[in-house]
Design a protein around this ligand. Sequence first.
Ligand code: NAP
Length: 308
Amino acid sequence: MKPPVLLTRKLPASVMARLEASCAVEQCEGDGLAARREFLTRVAGKQALVSMVTDTVDRTVIEAGDALQIIANVAVGYNNIDVAAARERGIIVTNTPDVLTDATADFTLALMLAVTRRLGEGERMLRRGDWKGWAFDQLLGMQLHGKQLGIVGLGRIGRAVAARAQAFGMTIAHTSRSDAGMPLDRLLATSDVVSLHVPLTGETRHLIGQPELARMKRTAYLINTTRGPVVDEAALAWALKNQLIAGAALDVYEHEPQVHADLLTLENVVLAPHLGSATTETRTAMADLAVRNVIAVLGGDPPLTPVT
Ligand code: NAP
C-alpha cells in the first residue's frame, strides 16, 4: 500500500510523476472557505502534506492531520506553519532553501531598478497616451552606481542580492543578529536603497514602521521581497504619500491578495504580485525538493531540508 499524501495545489507533471510512483496522492480543489473545510477533511489519515505559502497550517490543521509524519512547505519561508504545534506531535517540517535564492535575488534587483528608474511610471504614462516624446529632464531617476544598499537580513537571498548589487557598483551595508553588522537605525539613516530579507517572525513583524521610515533618507527607496507583515503597510503608504522616502517596490503585502488602497494610487511605488521565485525552473525545483523530502521521510530516511 502506497502511503497517502495530500497536496494543496497541483505540482509540475514531472514532480507529480515522481511522487505518484511511491505515494497515493490526493489534491485539494476548493477555494477560500470551502478550501479550508476541504483541507481539514482531507488531511485526516494522510502521512504527508505538501503545502504552499498561502496555506495556513495552524494547530487545527495539524490536529486534524492525525497520521502526518511530514509537512513539506513549497517555500523557504514557513511563517504559514505552526512549527511548534507540528513539533509537539513529532511531525517533521521541511522548506525549500537555496533552490529559489537566485530567482528571488534577480527579482529584487528587477524591483530595485524598476523603482529607481521609474519604469512603472514611464510605462503607465506611455500606455495612457501621455508621452509627447523624448525630453532632457523627463522622469529622472536615481543611479545605483556609488550608492549604498542596506540589506536587512544577510542570509542566502540577502547575500545573493548583495553580489548582484556590487556588480552594479553599489556599496553594501547589512544588519545581522550574529555578526558585526550595522545597527538597523544607522543602516536606515545612511542607505540609498534598503532591501528586506529577514524571515517573518514575531520579532520581525512590523520591523519597518513609521519611526523607521522617518529615519530613512528622503531620497531613499525601500524594497520588500520577503513577507508583507515585516512592513507596516499603512505607515509605508503614509511615508510615500508625504514623500518621507523617494519610493518603494513591493512583491509582498500584509493581507495578500489585498493591497493598501493608497498604495494603488501612488506613482512612486512599484507593485508586483508575489513573483519572487516565479520562474518555471525555480518553481519546478521547489516542488521537486518538497517531494524528495516527503519520499525520504515516508521511506524512513532523514529529511533533506528540515526546518530547525
Ligand atoms: P535565510 O538564509 O534564513 O536568511 C534570513 C536572514 O535573516 C538570516 O541570515 C538571519 O541572519 C536574518 N534574521 C533573522 N531574524 C532576524 C532579525 N530578527 N533581525 C535581523 N535579522 C534577522 O533565508 P533566505 O533563504 O535568505 O530567505 C529569506 C526570506 O525571503 C524567507 O524567509 C521568505 O520569507 C522570503 N522569500 C520571499 C520570496 C518571494 O517570493 N517574494 C521568495 C523566497 C523567499 P542572522 O541570524 O545572522 O541575524
